[in-house]
Every structure is written in structure tokens, then in C-alpha cells.
Design a protein around this ligand. Structure first.
Ligand SMILES: [Zn+2]
Length: 53
């Protein structure tokens, strides 16, 4: 299990709607754009390789 294979978790600011990667939140949960401190977790869409039949 390597760290790199983890899908990057993202957060969305409830105030300005900006999405921020969890890796960018170095100082805790806080929007880097408007400094709002309430963010919700957002799962990035996972691209699956599924053949359409
Ligand atoms: Zn914000």
C-alpha cells in the first residue's frame, strides 16, 4: 500500500465553493482563498476503465 496510490481527497469551501486538495491544507482545514474554516469532503470522480457494451 503506497501513499501515492491514494486518491487525493478534496475539500470544498462552503463559502466560496473553491475546491482544495487535502495536500494543500498544510495548516489544517481552511480555505486558502477566503480563509473560511468550514469545508466539506469531496470525493473526486474515479475514472474506471469499463468497456461499454
Ligand atoms: Zn473559500
Amino acid at each position: 500500500m503506497s501513499e501515492e496510490e491514494k486518491p487525493s481527497l478534496m475539500y470544498q469551501c462552503l463559502k466560496c465553493g473553491a475546491t482544495v486538495r487535502s495536500s494543500e491544507l498544510e495548516l489544517g482545514i481552511r480555505c486558502p482563498y477566503c480563509r473560511y474554516r468550514v469545508l466539506r469532503k469531496v470525493r473526486p470522480p474515479i475514472v474506471k476503465h469499463v468497456k461499454a457494451r
